[in-house]
Design a protein around this ligand. Structure first.
Ligand code: ADP
Ligand code: DP6
Ligand code: CO
Length: 356
């Protein structure tokens, strides 16, 4: 028996992925770009053991066993990493060496998120990235992050970006087999140290429509999505990469808020519509716009973004963060029963995924 534990960070997209052209391989309808957050505060921690005696693959998520018999995405990750391990075992045998036949063992996976699961804070990204990275360590696979990113993509699309730190693009690729659909680092975590993220937990409840289900309804019914993927995202990706390279917060902030808003507009354009934002989310958007309007030189001071859930992520230069936290705390005093805003200060950084 062998056991390994690793952690992986969440990433919050500033140009959103929403739509698949291939649901089996998880190939997206557009490129996307995200910021990987520090693991200090938000992470998935996954322990995997492999043993001859295990009768089947099992998963415990946040202390509760989940039935994964029909979970194709997890099985994709198991299959791909086992195939790489099996190749290593065969290569070793040809050299006359013996490797433990871990590829033929079943595994027990135990994973915990230290933040709300399935609430629009990218738990599938950190969770599936942690799964793939931990399997790779368990099987002693060479740490080829591009290869692991391709595998994590088949667990949850956004997970492919959590294998890298800093600013990360997921290039949609054009091949039918998905071999060119993977994440690449646009800039390292050290590139823009003044940029910070604030997570406001508006609700920690599980969302009503999962990202997987929601985005396919959008692909099937939203005419606005077609405009977004053809006309809007390609230009925004180029502009966003340039803004990041130049540490141009004005452009970064404008594009981030516009892209979040367009993503939620395509959710509304889905038929029947999908609502991820609530009144608190919208109030936070208004507060940020009002705060930006107080800027004496017209320069933006903060940008909000929302994934498929009501929880806000606010990107801002470090120098503004104290003011923003005070503002949020003023409008949503922590004692209120209805409004729970939990302001965490995060630094954009990547630590190596840790293995014990
Ligand atoms: P989120 O907005 O949190 O990413 P999704 O709807 O995309 O929500 O995905 C949530 C699902 O991801 C969970 O229901 C679970 O199946 C899976 N998931 C979340 N965390 C983990 C984890 N740590 N390990 C394995 N699977 C996970
Ligand atoms: C709004 O990666 O969770 O967070 O690939 O079906 O697992 P699946 O979906 P997922 O979708 C994330 C959508 C998003 C935007 C983003 O992270 O780019
Ligand atoms: Co997700």
């Amino acid at each position: 028996m062998k056991t390994v534990t690793c952690t992986a960070p969440v990433n919050i997209a500033v140009i959103k992925y929403w739509g698949k052209r291939d649901t089996g391989l998880i190939l997206p309808t557009n490129d996307s770009l995200s910021v990987t957050l520090s693991q200090d505060i938000l992470h998935s921690k996954t322990t995997i053991s492999a043993a001859k005696e295990y009768s089947h693959d099992r998963l415990w998520l946040n202390g509760k066993e989940e039935d994964i018999t029909k979970n194709k995405r997890m099985h994709n990750c198991f299959r791909e990493t086992r195939a790489l391990r099996q190749q290593m075992e065969q290569d070793a045998a040809q050299r006359g060496e013996t490797l433990e036949p871990l590829s033929s063992y079943n595994v027990h996976v135990c994973s915990e998120n230290n933040f709300p699961t399935a609430a629009g804070l990218a738990s599938s990204a950190s969770g599936l990235a942690a799964l793939v990275f931990t399997l790779a360590k368990l099987f002693d696979l060479p740490s080829n992050m591009s290869e692991l990113s391709r595998i994590a993509r088949q667990g949850s699309g956004s997970a492919c970006r959590s294998l890298f730190g800093g600013f990360v693009a997921w290039e949609m690729g054009s091949k039918d087999d998905g071999s060119d659909s993977l994440a690449v680092q646009v800039a390292p975590e050290t590139h823009w140290p003044e940029l910070e993220a604030l997570i406001c937990v508006v609700s920690d409840e599980k969302k009503g429509t999962s990202s997987t289900e929601g985005m396919q309804h959008t692909v099937n019914t939203s005419p606005l999505l077609q405009h977004r993927i053809k006309e809007v995202v390609p230009a925004r990706m180029a502009e966003m990469k340039k803004a990041i390279h130049n540490r141009d917060f004005q452009t970064f902030a404008e594009l981030t808020m516009q892209d979040s808003n367009q993503f939620h507009a395509v959710c509304l354009d889905t038929y029947p519509p999908i609502f991820y934002l609530n009144d608190t989310s919208r109030a936070i958007m208004k507060i940020i716009h009002e705060y930006n309007a107080t800027s004496p030189d017209g320069k933006l001071k903060a940008a909000y973004t929302y994934d498929a859930g009501p929880n806000a992520v606010i990107y801002a230069p470090k120098e503004n963060m104290r003011e923003i936290i005070q503002l949020i705390a003023h409008y949503f005093p922590g004692s209120s029963d209805n409004y729970f805003v939990d302001p965490y200060k995060l630094f954009t950084s990547t630590q190596d995924l840790v293995s014990d």
